[in-house]
Design a protein around this ligand. Structure first.
Ligand SMILES: N[C@@H](CCC(=O)N[C@@H](CS)C(=O)NCC(=O)O)C(=O)O
Length: 206
């Protein structure tokens, strides 16, 4: 039995949550290592040797350290749970498109709006809320007649999108107008091994 991968994370980080969630879905032996972002543990050694960018999540798999949540999902899927990452070129490109959405408009939209309410970030929340709405409008349309973002089974794309979308109301981004998105979130939550991210009673979730 290979030793557990170590997931360095913060419990309120959606980027970290998607990695933990995928480890659960993929049945990957893992342990969680909490990083104290408040005290700046992520900006000091030994953390910086794991990820010079000073951000969670990072995983250690034996001697290999991998940072960036989406890179981690791809690594874990290829190595341990290949059913979650199609090899058909068109489907794989589709998955990549949604990983880019997660790192782009979801990160700059719903995730950033939530930084204001959950962490007190001094930002104008209007711009990220508009980015979130635009991204969710496109996702809603894409999901018409589909159970999953890509193909007919769950992939890392669904996992990458899940955490910040499910917690968007904490950042005052409503999901009321998005039944297809809410359906996708429910299907993810019904998968064996699902584990929620810690919620915060702020914004529309208060
Ligand atoms: N592109 C990175 C973004 C990770 C990220 O933004 N992590 C946040 C927590 S959600 C963080 O560590 N922030 C602390 C900082 O940047 O100083 C990924 O996908 O993992």
């Amino acid at each position: 039995m290979p030793s557990a991968i170590r997931i360095h994370r913060h419990p309120l980080s959606g980027h970290s949550h998607r990695v933990e969630l995928f480890a659960k879905f993929g049945g990957i032996n893992h342990e969680l290592v909490d990083v104290d972002l408040l005290s700046g543990e992520h900006k000091k050694e030994p953390f910086l040797s794991l990820n010079p960018a000073g951000q969670v999540p990072v995983i250690e798999d034996g001697d290999t350290a991998i940072s960036d949540s989406n890179a981690i999902l791809v690594y874990l899927a290829r190595k341990y749970a290949p059913d979650w990452l199609p090899t058909d070129p068109v489907l794989e490109a589709e998955v990549q498109k949604f990983l880019s959405l997660a790192a782009g408009d979801i990160a700059h939209g719903a995730a950033t709006a939530r930084l204001v309410t959950v962490f007190g970030a001094q930002l104008d929340a209007e711009r990220p809320k508009a980015v979130a709405k635009s991204a969710f409008d496109r996702l809603e349309t894409h999901l018409d007649g589909r159970d999953w973002l890509v193909g007919t089974t769950p992939t890392v794309a669904d996992v990458a999108i899940y955490s910040y979308t499910a917690h968007a109301p904490e950042g005052n981004v409503s999901l009321d107008d998005y039944p297809n998105i809410r359906g996708l979130l429910s299907r993810v939550e019904a998968l064996p091994g699902f584990v929620p991210m810690q919620s915060t009673k702020v914004g529309l979730a208060a």
